[in-house]
Write a protein that binds this ligand. Structure first.
Ligand code: F6R
Length: 259
């Protein structure tokens, strides 16, 4: 696992965007796994700027988002489909046929989850998966105790996650209770994973993911099994890491040290 501790949250977002852009420059037809959440918004802002200035072309990629709320159709403003349209798809010119999310309004959400997992395989699998992390260690919406062998399926959200997401919903509107999320095994099949975490609220989960035991109690710890996982952190999210000096020696300021 590569642990990159960047000087601040803005440079961590930039480092994430840089790695994604380098990947797409090498593979213009890449299959990208995308995440939503507040942490990713600065990353998508950078990508939109690069598209506008002409230094990034996402028009040939295929994307699969990690998750969607059950019960929200794509035209609901807080659905992840609508959020991604606003944050990236519109600017990138990626149409719905190649910008994929589970359909939260599907009549049979379990069948939709199975079909989504199959669609990822049919597309050849995910080349690069972007991830955030919940303060309880979730990735996608794989809440603690999710099976490390799980596939895309329906997950009940914890009270903590619903409270954290309530900020995106209007007052009086209840945050959804269920999601369709890629499973942990689905995520681990991506050829590389890039997890971005910023802010001290994430520090305990980040430490558990990187240095804790491999455990369903912290779903992000499953990334310890991944042969190509990179954790991009700001100093606040890195606060609780015991081997921080080591990570900073190997990757000064989150960069690459010459051999
Ligand atoms: C959503 C997702 C979640 C978020 C996580 C962190 O697609 O994958 O795992 O990444 O809940 O959310 P923020 O960034 O809002 O703290």
């Amino acid at each position: 696992m590569r642990v990159l501790i960047c000087p601040d949250a803005a440079s961590a977002a930039r480092r994430t965007a840089d790695l994604l852009c380098e990947h797409v420059a090498r593979r213009p037809h890449a299959v990208l796994g995308l995440a939503t959440g507040g942490t990713m918004e600065p990353v998508y802002e950078i990508l939109r700027e690069r598209i506008a200035e002409g230094s990034l072309d996402l028009s040939s990629v295929t994307t699969f988002n990690l998750d969607e709320y059950v019960g929200l159709a794509g035209d609901h403003p807080q659905s992840y489909r609508a959020t991604m349209e606003r944050l990236l798809f519109e600017a990138a010119g990626i149409g719905p046929d190649r910008a994929r999310l589970p359909d939260g309004a599907a009549a049979d959400p379990a069948a939709e989850a199975d079909a989504y997992d199959a669609a990822i395989s049919e597309a050849g699998g995910i080349d690069l998966q972007l991830l955030g992390i919940g303060s309880n260690g979730h990735i996608g919406f794989n809440e603690p105790t999710s099976s490390l062998g799980s596939r895309t399926r329906i997950k009940t959200l914890t009270r903590e996650t619903r409270d954290a997401n309530a900020r995106f919903f209007d007052e009086g509107e209840e945050a959804p209770r269920f999601s369709i999320t890629m499973g942990i095994a689905t995520v681990l099949e991506a050829r590389s994973c890039l997890l971005l975490a910023t802010g001290e609220g994430k520090a305990p989960a980040v430490a558990a993911a990187i240095e804790g035991p491999l455990s369903a109690a912290c779903p992000a710890s499953a990334l310890q099994l991944h042969p190509s996982a990179t954790m991009i952190l700001d100093p606040d999210a890195a606060r609780d890491l015991k081997l921080r000096d080591y990570y900073e020696m190997v990757h000064p300021a989150g960069g690459e040290a010459p051999l």
